[in-house]
Unconditional design. Structure first.
Length: 215
């Protein structure tokens, strides 16, 4: 059976090539410390969910040279292109996706493709959830209000806290995702939504491998 996930649409390829052209014109050395990356020749090494990628004007790929997923390409390109001139001086508190400005059109998308998927597919599997979270570099939190609470470094400047309570005889399983409030300075809300659905896909796929949201 052929894998249609690797058939790139002309529109995606055009957008991707345009992003690469814009990245090629940037001074990556100035952006590296703000984004939490390091220079590598004409490229920048960044981590996305504990996986290192190399971003340059020529390509966005893993540091081993493998092709990055479409979602990873877009997120990493936008993270570099939208980099602010300085780290925002804000109170970096936790907040749900719906609380961000401009998030409204995608609140249902995040709920359906990230939060609900985790609630349903991780019910009765808290041990496996913890195992996969730690494999992705998550830091477990001691929070008596939840069966599982952990923080993921989606990107150096964007953190996601996952809180999960397993089902019991009376109450179904419940999950919430919280984001550091400064995330909106580094990515638009569409990309932040994709980070959430990517997190769910990686947690739920065998071996923590990414699959497209909704599969």
């Amino acid at each position: 059976m052929s894998d249609t996930r690797h058939r790139k649409s002309p529109v995606f390829e055009e957008t991707y090539r345009r992003y690469l052209g814009e990245i090629a014109a940037l001074d990556l050395a100035k952006r590296a410390p703000i984004l939490g990356g390091r220079l590598d020749g004409d490229g920048l090494i960044l981590s996305l969910y504990n996986q290192a990628y190399r971003i340059s004007g020529g390509a966005i790929q893993t540091i081993e040279g493998s092709a990055a997923s479409d979602a990873a390409r877009i997120i990493l390109a936008q993270y570099v292109l939208q980099c602010p001139n300085r780290v925002p001086a804000v109170d970096d508190s936790w907040q749900p996706y719906r609380s961000f400005k401009d998030a409204a059109p995608l609140v249902s998308y995040v709920q359906t493709n990230a939060i609900n998927r985790i609630e349903v597919q991780c019910a009765g599997k808290t041990g496996l959830l913890v195992e996969r979270a730690q494999a992705m570099g998550a830091r477990l939190q001691a929070n008596p209000s939840f069966d599982v609470s952990c923080i993921f470094d989606a990107l150096y400047r964007i953190k996601i806290m996952l809180n999960f309570n397993d089902a019991d005889e009376m109450i179904p399983s419940a999950c919430n995702l919280l984001f550091n409030s400064s995330a909106c300075y580094f990515l638009d809300m569409e990309c932040v939504a994709v980070l959430a659905t990517m997190l769910a896909a990686m947690l739920l796929a065998d071996g923590g491998r990414h699959v497209p949201p909704g599969d």
